[in-house]
Design a protein around this ligand. Structure first.
Ligand code: EPU
Length: 420
């Protein structure tokens, strides 16, 4: 198993280019199941979650070729029966359900489990599919679903924590081949949903309103092959922006979509970080003293839950008290106990983390618990005095393309070592 060894106290300086978005490419790959024709996806990030989705498509009968950021999928003949163990391993694989039902009117896939950030139910996905006429049964860990036909209707997808991103993707994809019009209310407005809608429309679907809480899908008899370029990863861009600020450096981030991370940039500015936007580029620089800020994670366009852990590290460096309130996932503070090993003073009170910043951080061996927690530990390691060993970095490789190489190019002293 690999680990990252970081020699801290270095400023990040230079330029970095953002890769394609993991959370956009996963549902887009699932959408290729909607047609028997070839689809070509460009700017696909080279990540373990993406190869994993490729394997899932192959297990369903599709041919998948991945090379230099281009993925070609041809799903000429597919089966509705997914491999139990393969699908169970990755939460994002739940979005094959909508395309399988749209195209084959049946699906049998394993129920995705919970994970360290929360219980992660799929009741809203199932509610939406049932509204379209799908009969669903849960048996021996499988979701077994079938429909004689899918018929458009009105579906309300708001849940306890607001809209669901992959649930919206699933219902949108199922509705593309349904009879009549489907109106999704309380739809997720995330840029990844908009990117999926763009791809579906390129395939011949009729989707309008993506990016707003009301999405309308007018069913069509079939979809055809299409080409698509995936949007840049907003979480990766935000992670590099925070890393630049935390290390007190100056980094130019290329190929990003700054308009997708308004909430993060706004908080960075409030914290005293200098952020300049120049088209798809961003310059982030920390000049003066940092100021405490409070954040609450919310659905888009609020502050993203996927950036909460990284922001916590910046707060740790800020003298005074900052408060993070996590409103999307109930247990997304796994990084707190690991950050404490580096000297962090953070108290959890219900859904909030009270961060007492300003204490020096010093390197230590830490364990990554999930993808974004790992990114936070890496940023903390870059700032801390001495050496930090971040173990279990397979989490990091799920969602950040070449993160160690990109950081090295910015001057970080970071290397991949064998975990002992
Ligand atoms: N929820 C339900 N019922 C459902 C679905 C969701 O109650 O049927 C709840 C969840 O438990 C959570 C909230 O609704 O409290 C939002 O969950 P959502 O469904 O939006 O999450 P997701 O679609 O499963 C995607 C990203 C996550 C990201 C969330 C929120 C992918 C592959 N995953 O998950 O990304 O945190 O949206 O923005 O797109 C990550 O990249 O590290 C990551 C975890």
């Amino acid at each position: 198993m690999d680990a990252l060894l970081i020699n801290g106290s270095t400023k990040l300086e230079g330029e970095v280019t953002i890769s394609g978005a993991k959370n956009a490419v996963l549902p887009i790959l699932a959408a290729t199941l909607l047609t028997r024709e070839k689809c070509i996806i460009r700017r696909a990030p080279n990540l373990s979650d993406v190869s994993f989705m490729g394997q899932i498509l192959e297990s369903l009968g599709a041919t998948v070729k991945m090379e230099d950021g281009v993925i070609e999928v041809q799903a000429s003949r597919i089966t509705p029966f997914g491999d139990y163990d393969l699908i169970r391993k990755m939460r994002g694989s739940v979005c094959i359900l909508g395309p399988l039902l749209a195209r084959l009117h049946k699906a049998k896939v394993s129920l995705p489990g919970g994970c360290v950030i929360g219980s992660r139910p799929i009741d809203l996905h199932l509610k939406g599919l049932e509204a379209l006429g799908v009969k669903i049964e849960i048996d021996s860990g499988y979701v077994i679903a079938h429909a004689r036909r899918l018929v458009g209707t009105e579906v309300f997808l708001g849940g306890r924590a607001g809209p669901t991103v992959l649930g919206t993707a699933n219902i949108m994809m199922a509705a593309t081949l349904a009879e009549g019009v489907t109106i999704i209310e309380s739809a997720a407005c995330e840029p990844e949903v908009v990117d999926l809608a763009k791809f579906l429309n390129a395939m011949g679907a009729r989707v309008t309103g993506a990016g707003s809480p009301t999405i309308t899908v007018t069913g069509v008899p079939e979809l055809h092959g299409a080409e698509h370029e995936v949007i840049p990863d907003r979480v990766e861009a935000a992670t590099f922006a925070i890393a630049a600020a935390a290390t007190g450096g100056e980094v130019v981030i290329h190929g990003a979509r700054p308009d997708h991370i308004h909430a993060v940039l706004d908080k960075l500015r409030e914290a005293g970080v200098k952020v300049e936007r120049n088209g798809p580029s961003l310059k982030v620089k920390r000049s003066g003293r940092l100021k405490p800020v409070d954040i609450t994670t919310l659905p888009y366009s609020g502050f993203p839950t996927d950036v909460q852990a990284q922001m916590m590290v910046l707060m740790l460096l800020t003298p005074g008290i900052s408060i993070i309130t996590e409103r999307i996932f109930e247990s997304r503070f796994m990084h707190v106990s690991e950050l404490a090993r580096l000297g962090a003073d953070i108290a959890i009170e219900g859904p909030s983390a009270i961060v007492k910043g300003g204490r020096p951080l010093s390197g230590a061996p830490v364990m990554a618990s999930d993808l974004r927690a790992s990114a936070a530990l890496v940023i903390a390691g870059l700032v801390a005095k001495g050496k930090t060993l971040v173990k279990r970095i397979y989490h990091l490789d799920r969602g950040y393309e070449n993160i160690d190489a990109k950081l090295r190019k910015l001057g970080a002293r970071i290397e991949r070592v064998e975990e002992t």
